[in-house]
Design a protein around this ligand. Structure first.
Ligand code: AMP
Ligand code: GLY
Length: 432
C-alpha cells in the first residue's frame, strides 16, 4: 500500500514514521515533508493548500490513502477535492472542518446538539459586541472566528483591555478571520486534549494527552503552538472519559452525521475539566502537535487499519479489532519535549546548526521528530522555524518517559534553541 502524508511539522513526521512501520505499507510519500520525513520516503515540494497542484500530485502518485495533517488544507477543501477524484482520505470535509475554521460555527453546533461549553455571543457588529461585553464578568475571553495561526484567542483581565481587543479584532487585527468574533464566559479548570478517530459513525478514543501551551517553565510566558506533551493524562479518569464520550463526542458525531456533514478523520476535543464537569474549549479538525507525537510514539501496534477505516467506513463493526491492531490497550506512556528557536513565539533568527539528532535517536526508546528544520548547502541540519524538534520518548511509566525524553534533549547540541524543563509536571504531581 502507498500512503501520502500531507504536511511538514512534527505531527506529520510522527504520522509518517508510524505509518512506515506498518506491514501493510510499501511506500510513504510526503508533501511537502521535512528533512526528517525525507528519511522515511520521497518528499514533494507542493503547497498543501494549492488544490490544483495537490490534485496533480495525487493523480501522479495514486496513493491508496491520503492522510492530511494540518488544518489549513482541510479548511480549503483538500479532502473534498481528493475524494471527488475517487481517493481515500483521512481528514474531514471543508464543511465538517469548520468545527475548527469557524469558532462561531462550532459554538452554534454545540448549542444545537446540547454539548457543554462556555456561554457565548457571536458578533459581526462592533457596537453589539461592546454592549455584550458589559454584561459579562472578568476575565473576558475574546476569540477571532476564523483561523489565526493559534493566536486568535485573547483573555483580558479588565473591561478596558477587552474593549480594546474587541475593537482591534473587528477592525482587522487578523484580517477576515476576526471580522466576526466570539465572546465567551471564562472557564476555570485543568485542560486536556481528547483525540477521537472516526469514520463519522464509529469512534476509537486514543489516550488523553496534555499539552503545555506557554513558552516557559511554570506555565509562564506567551502562548505557543505547544512546548511539550505527554499521554496518558491521568487527570482524565475513566469516569471522566465516559462523560466526555456521552456528553460531547457522541452528540457531536451523530448530530453532524444527521446534518449531512459526517465527520471523518480525527476529532480533537480541547476540554476544560470544570467543577460542573467537562466542557468544550474548542474543537480542532486534526491531531494536535505535539500531542500527535506522543500518541504515535506510545502506540505499539499498527495505525494504518484505523486511518484507512476512518477514510472508508466500517468502524462501528471493526473498532474492536482495529483497536487491538493499534495496540491501544498496551499504549506506552510517552512524552515529547519541544525544542524551539530562541525568540519563539515572537521573531527568531533562522539558519543555526543543529547537531546530535542521531545520538539522541540512538538512545533507547527515544525518537526525535522534526518540524522547522532544513538542510543547508553543506548538508548540515539547520533550524528554519519556531518549533524545531520534538524529542519524544516512551517508558514503562510517565516518569521514565519524561526522564528519557530529557536524556534525548541533553545530547542535542543546539545553542540557539530552548526548551521547557518541566514537561509533565502536572501528571508527576498527581502520581507523586
Ligand atoms: P482555543 O484556541 O480556543 O483552544 O483557546 C486557546 C486557549 O485559550 C485554550 O487552550 C485555553 O487555555 C484558553 N481558553 C479558551 N477559551 C477559554 C475559556 N472560555 N475559558 C478559559 N480559557 C479559555
Ligand atoms: N498543541 C495544540 C494544537 O495543536 O492546537
Amino acid at each position: 500500500m502507498k500512503i501520502l502524508v500531507v504536511g511538514s511539522g512534527g505531527r506529520e513526521h510522527a504520522l509518517a514514521w508510524k505509518i512506515s512501520q506498518s506491514a501493510l505499507v510499501d511506500e510513504v510519500y510526503c508533501a511537502p515533508g521535512n528533512p526528517g520525513m525525507d528519511l522515511i520516503g520521497p518528499c514533494f515540494d507542493v503547497d498543501p493548500c494549492d488544490l490544483t497542484k495537490m490534485q496533480e500530485l495525487v493523480l501522479q502518485l495514486s496513493p491508496d490513502l491520503v492522510v492530511i495533517g494540518p488544518e489549513a488544507p482541510l479548511a480549503v477543501g483538500l479532502a473534498d477535492a481528493l475524494r471527488a477524484r475517487g481517493f481515500d482520505v483521512f481528514g474531514p470535509s471543508e464543511k465538517a472542518a469548520q468545527l475548527e475554521s469557524s469558532k462561531a460555527f462550532s459554538k452554534d453546533l454545540m448549542t444545537k446538539y446540547d454539548v457543554p461549553t462556555a456561554a457565548y455571543g457571536r458578533f459581526d457588529d462592533l457596537t453589539k459586541a461592546l454592549d455584550f461585553l458589559e454584561t459579562m464578568d472578568a476575565p473576558y475571553v475574546i476569540k477571532a472566528d476564523g483561523l489565526a495561526a493559534g493566536k486568535g484567542v485573547v483573555i483580558c483581565e479588565t473591561l478596558e483591555e477587552a474593549e480594546n481587543e474587541v475593537e482591534a479584532m473587528m477592525t482587522g487585527k487578523f484580517g477576515e478571520a476576526s471580522a466576526e468574533i466570539v465572546i465567551e464566559e471564562f472557564m476555570e479548570g485543568e485542560e486536556a486534549s481528547i483525540f477521537v478517530l472516526t469514520d463519522g459513525e464509529g469512534a476509537i478514543y486514543l489516550p488523553a494527552a496534555q499539552d503545555h501551551k506557554r513558552a516557559f517553565d511554570g506555565d509562564k510566558g506567551p502562548n505557543t503552538g505547544g512546548m511539550g506533551a505527554y499521554a496518558p493524562a491521568p487527570v482524565v479518569t475513566p469516569r471522566l472519559m465516559e462523560l466526555i464520550q456521552a456528553l460531547i463526542v457522541e452528540p457531536m458525531l451523530s448530530g453532524m452525521a444527521e446534518d449531512d456533514m459526517p465527520y471523518q478523520g480525527v476529532l480533537y476535543v480541547g476540554i476544560m475539566i470544570t467543577e460542573d464537569g467537562p466542557k468544550v474549549v474548542e474543537f480542532n479538525a486534526r491531531f494536535g502537535d505535539p500531542e500527535c507525537q506522543v500518541l504515535m510514539a506510545g502506540l505499539p501496534g499498527d495505525i494504518v487499519p484505523a486511518l484507512l477505516t476512518c477514510a472508508t467506513g466500517g468502524l462501528v463493526h471493526g473498532h474492536r479489532e482495529i483497536s487491538d491492531m493499534m495496540g491501544l490497550r498496551d499504549f506506552r506512556p510517552s512524552a515529547t519535549v519541544v525544542m524551539a528557536t530562541n525568540g519563539y513565539p515572537d521573531s527568531y533568527p533562522k539558519g543555526s546548526i543543529i547537531r546530535g539528532i542521531e545520538q539522541a535517536n540512538a538512545l533507547e526508546d527515544v525518537i526525535v521528530f522534526q518540524a522547522g528544520t532544513d538542510g543547508d548547502s553543506d548538508g548540515a541540519l539547520i533550524a528554519s522555524g519556531g518549533r524545531v524538534l520534538g524529542v519524544t520518548a516512551t517508558g514503562s511509566d510517565l516518569e521514565q518517559a519524561i526522564t528519557q525524553a530529557y536524556a534525548g534533549v541533553d545530547v542535542i547540541d543546539w545553542p540557539n534553541g530552548f526548551h521547557r524543563t518541566d514537561i509533565g509536571w502536572r501528571a508527576l504531581n498527581e502520581s507523586g
